[in-house]
Design a protein. Structure first.
Length: 108
């Protein structure tokens, strides 16, 4: 016997008594409702195999979506003169260039 998750469903590889090894087949948990003891024994012997998970005990909570990127940065670096400039979409009335505080060195 073996188990796997396929298309979000738990399946077991069943070897039927009296049938050859080549006749094994994958059956869903619902199709094996009569074999609960065999499934429990399988999971006792193979604790790392996929197993049913009781979803009633899960507690869901709302999470903030961090995958949406933030808007463009408020400051853009001007490579021609070495200064930071405010992004034009975030430009306010007091637009000023902000000078780069460090020095840029050319690499060989």
């Amino acid at each position: 016997m073996d188990s796997r998750l396929r298309r979000g469903r738990l399946e077991y590889l069943v070897q039927w008594k009296g049938f050859p090894h080549e006749e094994r087949e994958w059956k869903t948990t619902a199709e094996l409702s009569h074999a609960k003891e065999a499934i429990a024994d399988f999971h006792h012997l193979h604790p790392a195999s996929p197993r049913p998970m009781p979803t009633i005990k899960l507690h869901f909570r709302h999470l903030e979506n961090f995958t949406v990127p933030n808007p463009l940065p408020h400051h853009l670096f001007n490579w021609e003169n070495g200064t930071f400039e405010r992004n034009k979409s975030h430009q306010d009335d007091n637009y000023e260039k902000e000078e780069w505080s460090g020095t840029l060195e050319e690499q060989p």
